[in-house]
Design a protein around this ligand. Sequence first.
Ligand code: NAP
Length: 434
Amino acid sequence: MRHIAIIGSGPAGYYSAEAAQKKFGEDVAVDIIDRLPVPFGLIRTGVAPDHQSIKAVSRRYEKTNLGDNVRFVGNVTVGDQVSVAELQDLYDAVVLATGAPNDRVLDIPGSDLPGVIGSAAFVGWYNGHPDFKDLAPPLDATSVAIIGNGNVALDVARILAKTEDEFAGSDIVGHALDALKDSKVEKITFLGRRGPHQIAMTPKELGELGQLERAMPHVAAEDFPDIGDDAMLEPGMRKSVTHLRDFLTLDSEGTDKPVKISFDFFAMPVEIQGDGKVEKMIVEKTALDKDLRSQGTGERYELDCQMVVSCIGYRTPPIEGVPYEHGRGRFANSEGRILPGLYCVGWARRGPSGTIGTNKPDGFAIVDAIAEDIGAGGRKEGRAGLDRLFAERGVEAVTFRDWKKIEEAEIARAREGSPREKFTDIADMIAARD
Ligand code: NAP
């Protein structure tokens, strides 16, 4: 029997468990440990609540949990109730599938002013992550600056711009829907330090921005290269840039939509100013060097804004004793191998890039590596040893069956048309399973 512990129950964790089932059949026991009492990580608390079709992949992860050889071990914090070193003693392979939940630091003066929010917190808030339920973003702001030109920036802008009706069918949590209903936002500005050809926004998500009920995207024609240059872009990127160019047409047709979403390209935030809270951002115009990196030009302008959301990427939190690559914000690894018996997968392995589906080949590849390293059979004690440790320490983990009870309660308390109303308090989650 091979014993595998996976830390993190998001897509990377579940695809790895599925791969282990397929590779080893009944000859494997996998424990998926998560610090929350609820599974699926980024699917539950990262993917936007109005993107239910993406969230539907959790049904596939559920199937993985149906066999006895995969176990969900929720409400257990590795590093607190059990250490990585202890897991390494107990399991033939320990896989870190911890994602990249920390924001990359926005290192400019004024970034600590109230009203400056990292995307992890803002996304966690509207998705009901227990860590961020009390965020209370200042939605009395009329102007919001969003730093970054990636898909997270797009999610944040769309959520800020939607009407209550546009959230029908979503599982946005009640506290966020109520707060957004009363939002005063009239202007949302994306600050991208490079140009239209360097955005990290994918076409489908960018196209949605042109379809919003009360908001309208705005781009400036002078920011675009010659249209002929679009031919050199790879097809997905070309589609995204075509959407941006379509926004030019939309804009010239005029609109009476009250919320304006502006793309400020070649725009690098250099300082955030305000008296006790955000009032404005100082932005430096940039130009691209020969390697397409942004360089400040010295020309500056001011952007009035009362809220800033920084969407500039994420980092994996380091774990004591586990080699870490500080520059890239992920575990130091070679094809997912960190140390003998210790592996990483997904964002913890490669950094925060790619779609949910990118984690599938990652999960299957890590299990191939584990199979190669373990050989014919495992030697460790596995879950029996973990259960003994938990009994000694009085740790009561949340099981998958418990999760199904929590889920049932969330479905029962959903507002009309919504798939669920998530619990945002860990105590309420635990109470729902008891
Ligand atoms: P991302 O795609 O890496 O985009 C980060 C953005 O921040 C880039 O535009 C980057 O500009 C900019 N940036 C980085 N450092 C900056 C700085 N110091 N100052 C100003 N701008 C800075 O990251 P993300 O948006 O967080 O997304 C993470 C991953 O999740 C991506 O793979 C994304 O596609 C995926 N995702 C997918 C969906 C979806 O499919 N619906 C939704 C959400 C997220 P440069 O290019 O100049 O570095």
